[in-house]
Ligand binder design. Sequence first.
Ligand code: AMP
Length: 600
Amino acid sequence: MRLLDSKLVWRFPSVSSEKMRVFSLESVIEEFEALTNDAGRLQTESLRKILEQNGEAEYLRNLGLGGRTDPESFRACVPLVTHRDLEPYIQRIADGDTSVLTGKPITSISLSSGTTQGKPKFLPFNDELVQSTMQIYRTSFAFRNREYPIGDGKALQFIYSSRQVKTKGGLIATTATTNVYRSEQFKRTMKDIQSQCTSPDEVIFGPDFRQSLYCHLLCGLIYSNEVQIISSTFAHSIVHAFRTLEQVWEELCIDIREGVLSSRITVPSIRSAVSKLLIPNPSLADSIYNKCVRLSNWYGVIPELWPNAKYVYGIMTGSMEPYLKKLRHYAGSLPLMSADYGSSEGWIGANVNPSLIPELATFAVLPNIGYFEFIPLEKPEEQELENIASTIHYIESEPVGLTEVEVGKEYEIIVTNFAGLYRYRLGDVVRVAGFHNSTPELQFVCRRSLVLSINIDKNTEKDLQLAVEEAAKLLAAEKLEVVDFTSHVDTSTEPGHYVIFWELSSDTTEEVLRSCCNCLDLAFVDAGYIGSRKVGTIGPLELRVVRKKTFERILEHFLGLGAAMSQFKTPRFVSLSNSKVLQILCRNVTRCYFSTAYDI
Ligand code: AMP
């Protein structure tokens, strides 16, 4: 893709950088329109390029493509795979083998967040993935900027790198976001298209996320008048940051007043970088202090402390939706804009309709960053349920191409990309909301894996989220909220039953919690669940309330395993195999209730 910014600034030095940005962003939009007008041809072209570049890789050679690069031969020769199938190949790459999955050697390994399966997955990463990341960032930024233009200023970005380790073969293994932040292209693109981060690199790359978070807040406040965007990769990090602000704001004010960094920051590189930005500023400290004191329950803290911020930005869809209520509370009048759709495996689509509320956000697939197929998924009819194995939630048909998907239907995405994944099942379910030119605009539905299933019942993380939302309405009257939640299937007793773990913002009465428990039980509307509950083959749902900060301990547990704060997603289901997380939850249970909703 032709990306113009730096060249144009050089060619037209008299044009202000703001005008320059608008001008070059319009050309990004033009490029996007051209790409999406020609999605079908570009898909065939992308596949050809991928297969030509990687034809010599062992994996492709063994599949007998014999140099053919057309979609029909590709589909006939290359099987659909899951991560488990590719694991041995990726492990060999990590151990130092080359030409296993790609023609050019893989340059690093990405670690997925690991919060879905309980342990991080290894995935190949290379420059092509950085390029597609930048293309997605530029595209959605160009559309955002058209509706919510920003001038020259700064961005308060709650971004964090994760630990980097060397594999046996000498490759760096770290989270995909860290791989992106490390790249020169990322720094250039951020400077070109977006505002500069308020925090120095030492904060982003610091070894202790708590210290980094404190300094992100501090640097954001130092530059409070210049900040135009508040963002993070996933919305969870923004909510987490503002929950922390509620606790440390007075300390932050002291630091700004005295120009001396809190003793809680002990990492020398962070101390030194942030101390350079800190000069005694009593008037700023007073103004922040007074604003914080005046706020009612922190409502609208973002526009209050960052008066020139234009919007809040981050992934707010899928497993991030439960944090939207709190995010709206902090954002007050500021618009929330949901970021793009991707994964450690690679990017899928850009949000080019920024004014849609996060619940309706869509992602236009970029047809030149990979080759995409879609497995049509249909829910079985109620009468078919009993004859279908309990693990089957959807009836699948043959995969279709990018331009063959139908509006309103649900699909699982299959990715073929420039980093060695061929017909890889991503495990996400999406719905086609419409088309942008000839490329589909996708809505994220959920991870495909079932979270709750005992016999014929089938509930996904989306079903769980909806049930929790329904029950949480009973808390709203009490001015309480669910801070976070997860689930478990307890089969240690006969019959097995669902367990929902809740962390609440404060305590409430037994009566309220009993009603919440009954409400949760009734809110799982899957026919298999209702049927099983009625005949007693699934026992009463159990609601376990956990102590405050329990979910923070779970976050710390995952960070200890190498996950990055930037990519963290609370696991919505905890199985027995994830014994450490289950232990953290069970140790912190303060109260538990069994539903009586189906009692006769
Ligand atoms: P990871 O590679 O561990 O960071 O996780 C990638 C997964 O995060 C994807 O497969 C999706 O399930 C989820 N995800 C990424 N972007 C979005 C988005 N915009 N909306 C909803 N879920 C997303």
